[in-house]
Every structure is written in C-alpha cells, then in structure tokens.
Design a protein around this ligand. Structure first.
Ligand code: ZN
Length: 397
C-alpha cells in the first residue's frame, strides 16, 4: 500500500522505508498525508517547537520544518554534503588544528560509542600554560544526530579564535585567560546515520532488544539530585507517568534504561568532573533560542538575572532574533545537559540555532557559525570579567 504526502497541489510518494511513519501520521486512513496530519504528528513529537511568548503561543518556522520532514519522507535528496563535514572530516579538521598549533591545541579521546567510534574533545589553551585554576568553557554540539549545523558551529569557534589569535588583541586576551574545550560531535554514531542513511534520526544508535537509540539529552544523571533524571514517583515500566522524557524505547525522547546509561554521556560527565570545566554552551537546533536552566521546573535558578543579562547581550551580537528564556518555557525536560550542569554548579546555556535541522545553503550555515562565534565571544568576555559566576574549581592546582 502506497502513501502520498500532499502539500498544496503536490502529491509525492512516501519512500518504502518510511512507511511506518506514514501509518502513524495518516489518521483518517486515506493514504494521503496532508499538511495538518503532518503538523499534528510533528507537534506531538516536539519536532515543531511552540513557544509561549507572552502574546500567546506561537509555532516557530512551521512551514520550513514541515517541508524538511516531507522531503525526508519522500526521500527528496538535499545537496549539503559538500559543506557539512561528516565525522571523519571533522576529526581530520581537529587533527589539522593540532598540527598547525601544536603548543596550543590538544586532542583527547574521552570515550567510545556503541558502534566503536571515538568521542573526541579539542582543547585550546595558552602556550605552555599548565595552570589548572583557569576558567574554562566547554562547547558541545550534535547531542542530536540531525542537528547538522551544531557540529560545524562548535568547531568553527576554535577554528576562528585560533586564526585570529595573533592579530586580534581581544581574542588573544580571551584565549590567554580561558581554556576552551569543544566536543563538536557528542553523538558520532547518530550523526553518521543521519547524514548517510536516514536524516530525521535524533538519538544515538545503541541497540536494545527491539528498539534502537537513546535521546542523549535526556540521559544525564547526577547523584546530587536523581530526580533531575526521573521525577519522583515515575515508574520506568509505565509511560503514562512520563514527564520531560519518555520511558518508551521507541520514543524520540527515550531517556534510556537508567541515568548516564549511554557511553557518550558517561564520557562527558567523567570528563567534566575530572577536568576543571566550569561553564558550558550546548548547541542544538532549531529555533533561535538562548535557553537557560531549569528545564525541569519553572522555579528560577540562583543565577536567573545573570542568565537573562548575559543572554540578552549575546542576542545583541547575533542579530537580535534569539528568544532568551528559561528552558522549561519551550517544553519540560528531564536528564538534560542544562539541568545536569546547573546542579553541578556550572553556568550554562542551551542555544537552539537556525530555522530548521538541515542548513539549506553554505550561506545559511555560515550565518549560524558567525552568530555562535559572536555569542561565544560575549560569553567568554563575561566569564573573564567575573560577571558569569564560577562556583568552584573541581581540580586543585
Ligand atoms: Zn537538540
């Protein structure tokens, strides 16, 4: 039985390997997936983002996301491979930086994925500076496989900072005082799968009995507050009490069998706890949002005012189009990067970049890269001048 996507007067056939999606979307069983059926499905999955701006609820970039999903269902090809580096090319680029700046760039493998790929962090530091009490920033990208711009944007930060170190006094000053770490691809297995096989993929590629994948941004866990991973009273064997993540293994927001069950997340948690990481920027797409903790509750953090002030300043250098908000006002989350780091005392933002999941041109990607770079520089300036709090140094010098 064939299914068709109908947008306007256009009818396109759903590819055979996306039939399971089609069955779920086609509520009226006429084998036609119309605009509203697709929209309802994407809203249900949190793929279409709805923000409550105070002037009512608004779906953001609705047409773009519905088009991206329809093109995926019908396997319409997109020619982005040339300007989006795959995992191998990202690793190569990191090695090139190390070769070019041997006394300032350090690569470290911090874990291995289910499919055996290395999880790699690049550190950029002042020449021959072994101080361990320096302030530091970790930037992470591609927790979610299909958020293609985020790996490029994360790596671009260190590429540009290094390129301008000798000529830009401001950047030299920032890099001399702050250690910057970047994990451009938190989820290499998922990223490769999304780039090369099925681009709507979000989770990692861990194989369970009869499902695949965990949502890595729902898998963070700290013993200091286990309820950030799974709220009190939530039973792992029930999906009716789910809040902020799902216990259904097929779900796109599956939190995993237990906290920090996934190698990718365990590697990051071990890494930040054994290094002196005291602030984090986690990149996602889409929606142009600068989000700060908490994601689990609407209670404010102790740093709410600083989050808003620095967030607004970051927005100023990024085209003034970002929505600065506590994360829960997008949707509630548990086991997220932002809540984990907040609980551990790390000032952090989750930045949602772009208008969709797949940059439609080199120009669109370049703009995202520039915005992230500019926002990061503002963040580092505020970290250096003491406005951004550093609650502790985890490793003594
Ligand atoms: Zn994401």
């Amino acid at each position: 039985m064939d299914y068709f996507v109908k947008i306007g007067n256009n009818l396109s056939k759903v590819s055979s390997r996306n039939i399971e999606y089609a069955k779920e979307i086609d509520k009226d069983n006429n084998n036609i997936l119309d605009y509203n059926e697709i929209k309802d499905f994407l809203i249900k999955n949190d793929d279409l983002k709805i923000v409550n701006t105070g002037q009512g609820k608004k779906i953001i970039y609705e047409k773009r996301i519905i088009r991206e999903f329809s093109d995926f269902l019908t396997e319409k090809s997109i020619e982005t491979q040339n300007f989006i580096r795959d995992y191998e090319r990202i690793i190569e680029s990191m090695k090139e930086l190390q070769t070019k700046y041997p006394d300032r760039v350090f690569l470290q493998t911090i874990g291995k994925t289910f499919e055996g790929r290395d999880i790699v962090v690049i550190k950029v530091s002042k020449k021959n500076d072994r101080r361990q009490d320096k302030k530091s920033l970790l930037i992470t990208g591609l927790h979610h496989a299909r958020e293609w711009a985020t790996g490029e944007a994360a790596l671009n930060v260190v590429e540009k900072l290094l390129a301008n170190y000798d000529t830009d006094e401001n950047i030299k000053n920032l890099l001399d005082n702050i250690d910057i770490y970047v994990i451009p691809v938190v989820n290499p297995d998922g990223y490769e799968y999304s780039l090369k096989q099925s681009r709507w993929w979000r989770k990692n590629r861990k194989v369970f009995n009869d499902s695949v994948g965990v949502d890595l941004n729902r898998n963070y866990y700290t013993e200091k507050n286990p309820e950030l991973y799974r709220t009190k009273g939530d039973r792992p064997d029930s999906i009716f009490d789910d809040y902020g993540a799902s216990d259904r293994p097929y779900s796109d927001t599956y939190r995993g069998p237990y906290g920090a069950s996934e190698e990718e997340i365990k590697a990051i948690q071990d890494f930040v706890n054994s290094n002196n990481i005291n602030t984090v920027i986690d990149l996602h797409s889409y929606g142009n949002m600068i989000l700060f903790p908490w994601g689990i509750t609407d209670k404010p953090t102790i740093w709410e005012n600083i989050y808003k002030e620095v967030g607004n300043e970051m927005n100023q250098v990024a085209g003034k189009k970002y929505w600065v908000s506590q994360a829960i006002y997008l949707y509630p989350t548990t086991g997220s990067s932002e809540d984990y780091h907040q609980e551990e005392g790390r000032f952090n933002y989750t930045i949602e970049v772009g208008k969709g999941f797949f940059p439609s041109s080199q120009k669109e990607l370049n703009q995202i890269k520039e915005e992230v770079l500019n926002m990061t520089i503002v963040f580092m300036k505020n970290l250096m001048n003491g406005k951004i709090p550093v609650s502790k140094f985890l490793v003594s010098s």
